[in-house]
Ligand binder design. Structure first.
Ligand SMILES: *Cc1c(COP(=O)(O)O)cnc(C)c1O
Ligand SMILES: [Zn+2]
Length: 398
């Protein structure tokens, strides 16, 4: 039987329990695209692509994932300097694209007896826990010891076992993979091959949407898992002979405070190197900024192979872009997703994007979960009932 996992770089093949190659790079699943879409019955959302996924849709939450809106947002054209559409991934059940990966990864892991686990204190933690809960499975979430209280509540609503872990949180990726070999648990980490399988469905949806794939895709990138899935989706379509021409250019955006993939791209290096601790800073884009991205080199390769690129944006640019998404697009996106608009503006300045280009920004997560904690950002005036008519009149008539 053919081994089901492969390395994009050296082509080595492995069995189902391996997630990284001996060459050091991450593995993905060997899959094809058939181009067949199920339009009826129980298959909805991302499960329209069931034939191209490694598992059938289980009951529960997993069924609700995908089929996110792709909308033309003219109001953002002047900001990005091109023709902007937005794929609203924040509309997935737990508010981010992570659900596409969790649906597949948790469903597959639950075919066996293992519990599932993850290392995250953000969207991946919520998404993994929610999917495990919907299948009645134990889920262990490893969070940093100093996790903000608001985050704990967001994760806890899905009732996983949460363990605060002391020490270097970044190193937990490899430690979790080592623990998985000894214990009855599958750690579904950011770039797990089965997650990447599920992320391909975002690309398939773009392919199926009218008028077809755009000239460029702009996506936020941290670990490189999502970028890997989009690239794999493209490669699968190409292999199936379903892609005419080159397909969209893939542009990745990172926060300037922690941008190892941008640095490797700009310096024309073959591989992404971990940022030294003194070079990695804090960013408002809390879902991004991995100083040692496990699929960084694969994401870099995806950008290069598709003729795209990698850019960084500052926290000020991110905040401005987040307000613009809200005020010009009516979209509440999280800071990590606002980088797409800030990045597109940069790419336009750099001459990478053209005014005629059809560009799809993928805001990966909803901004609603970032709101409502912390200090208010405005302090509106208070009016008495007596004065309300008069105040309203002034507001409305100037
Ligand atoms: C996880 C996440 C990302 C980064 O995706 P990677 O696969 O780690 O590159 C971007 N945006 C949001 C909202 C996320 O939750
Ligand atoms: Zn390899």
């Amino acid at each position: 039987m053919e081994l089901p996992r492969s390395c994009y770089r050296c082509g080595s093949r492995y069995g189902r329990r391996r997630v990284r190659c001996d060459c050091g790079e991450p593995l993905w699943s060997v899959e094809r695209a058939t181009g067949d879409r199920l339009e009826t019955g129980t298959s909805k959302g991302m499960w329209r692509y069931e034939q191209d996924l490694p598992v059938s849709p289980p009951a529960g939450l997993a069924r609700a994932v995908g089929d996110t809106p792709l909308v033309r947002v003219e109001g953002l054209d002047p900001v990005a300097g091109c023709r902007v559409s937005v794929k609203v991934e924040g509309q997935n059940p737990t508010g981010s694209y992570k659900d596409r990966g969790s649906a597949v990864a948790v469903a597959l892991a639950c075919c066996g007896d293992d519990a599932v686990g993850t290392v995250s204190y953000g969207n991946m933690a919520m998404s993994t826990a929610a999917h495990a809960a919907s299948l009645g499975r134990e889920c262990v979430v490893l969070v940093p010891a100093d996790i903000p209280p608001g985050r704990l509540s967001l994760i806890a609503q899905y009732d996983p076992t949460i363990l605060r872990v002391e020490g270097d949180y970044g190193a937990l990726y490899h430690e979790a993979l080592a623990l998985e070999r000894e214990l009855p648990v599958s750690f579904l980490l950011s770039d797990h091959p089965t997650r990447v399988s599920g992320y391909r469905t975002a690309l398939f949806e773009l392919y199926d949407a009218r008028p077809g794939l755009p000239d460029a895709l702009v996506v936020p990138t941290s670990s490189g898992g999502f970028a890997s899935g989009l690239w794999k989706g493209l490669l699968d379509l190409r292999e199936a002979g379903l892609l005419d021409g080159r397909g969209p250019r893939l542009y990745l955006v990172q926060p300037a405070a922690a941008d190892p993939i941008t640095r490797a791209f700009t310096d024309d290096r073959d591989a992404v190197e971990a940022l030294p601790p003194e070079a990695a800073g804090e960013t408002v884009a809390t879902s991004l900024g991995n100083p040692d991205p496990p699929s960084g080199t694969r994401a870099l390769t995806a950008a290069r192979e598709t003729d795209g690129g990698v850019v960084s944006v500052t926290d000020d640019e991110i905040r401005t872009a987040q307000r613009r998404f809200a005020r010009r697009g009516g979209l509440c996106v999280e800071a990590a997703s606002a980088v797409t608009l800030a990045g597109a503006a940069r790419l336009r300045d750099d001459g990478e994007l053209d005014s005629d280009d059809r560009v799809v920004l993928i805001p990966t997560g909803s901004g609603f979960k970032e709101l409502g904690s912390g200090e208010p950002t405005v302090d509106p005036e208070t009016v008495t009932r007596e004065r309300l008519p008069e105040r309203l009149e002034t507001v409305l008539t100037g």
